[in-house]
Write a protein that binds this ligand. Sequence first.
Ligand code: SAH
Ligand code: SF4
Length: 412
Amino acid sequence: MQITPKGEPVVISPRAAAPDDKVNILGLDRTELKDAIAASGIPDRQVKMRTAQVWHWLYHRGVSDFTAMTNVAKDLRAHLDAHFIIRRPEVADAQYSEDGTRKYLIRFDDGNEAETVFIPDGDRGTLCVSSQVGCTLNCTFCHTGTMRLVRNLTAAEIVAQLMVARDDLGEWETPTEGRKITNIVLMGMGEPLYNFDGVKKALEIIMDEAGIQLSKRRITLSTSGVVPHMERCGAEIGVNLAVSLHAVRDDVRSRIMPINKKYPLDAVLKACADYPGAHNARRITFEYTMLDGVNDSDDDARELVRLIRKYKLPAKVNLIPFNPWPGTDFTCSPWERIQRFSDIVYEGGISAPIRTPRGRDIMAACGQLKSASEKKSKAEERRAREAATADGPIGHNGGPALSEQFSSTGLT
Ligand code: SAH
Ligand code: SF4
């Protein structure tokens, strides 16, 4: 029996015998952490308090070692250490751009990798987080869309991206003031709404007031327009919404974003109009990547204004210069074209800033993410495609949400 400073005995029950493999508690939500602590043999009446203590050290202070939990009794720390570990995934590669952008290649326990990007901008620092390894949606202008290995990231793996970035930025010293990561965008690899449960759970951990404490107003989820989950996103998670629009006519959008065949413009824009919590102070962002000769005419700009008015959307438009990647057939619209497009949208009363590309020198800009292990040769890609046609998707080990994606987009 161990004794805590308050004199509370820590009874180690039979179910609490130290496991061969310690449980990694990093990334557990409150309920899971409480259950794990209870299952380790901490007496029931202490579980709530111990969970709160450990939660604080894990998510507010960012410790990776039980010995650092200084307000926890020594023998209890030893107990926690015997049962649990606090382990971040491996950072397989970290690249720093000359503009201050940092890109992390994160390798998870099963060897799969995803990229996370930190973008500093004055007082603001945005972390761009991935929600899947790869993406099943195959937008033709997106590098991530060419990846074949896909699985959903777990909530723990999504939270870990933030933990790893905060470690690298030395951010735990001042958990709330002077933060470097002030905003999070789910704009990395993957379609976050096809990993709804994982993303929701991760964001709940990140928004928790006794932990990382990032407000939902500082979090933006970007979707390619998965209509059935957009309403849920607003109602259940409550974060800002960004929608990858990229075209204002169904034929063009279907060509560059195959998901448009399933959820065409009208359905996407109606879902935006119904998005819970969208109003003028909290507008929906439309992302619009400028593709030379594809979606960048004056008519396209005028149609964009017309649509936003027609659906009465509290919206702003982010114009993203296309970021090239090896093997792409697209080119970025010329600068004067992007400016003209922006002017027309502004004249229509809608804000349309041109986003400055960040981290291009380290392939960290929008749509350039693709994990190194996935940069296959052409021959490998061909073999993979052939095998996929014969046997279904390769390396697909996701749950029902992923099967839905494969069938919904007809990509199997
Ligand atoms: N899958 C989600 C999240 C990715 S967000 C989505 O599509 O919304 C990344 C943003 O960058 C999206 O708007 C995406 O369409 C855009 N993008 C993809 N490839 C790009 C490229 N090569 N250049 C510029 N933007 C790109
Ligand atoms: Fe996937 Fe978004 Fe890239 Fe489309 S733009 S392939 S949805 S990550």
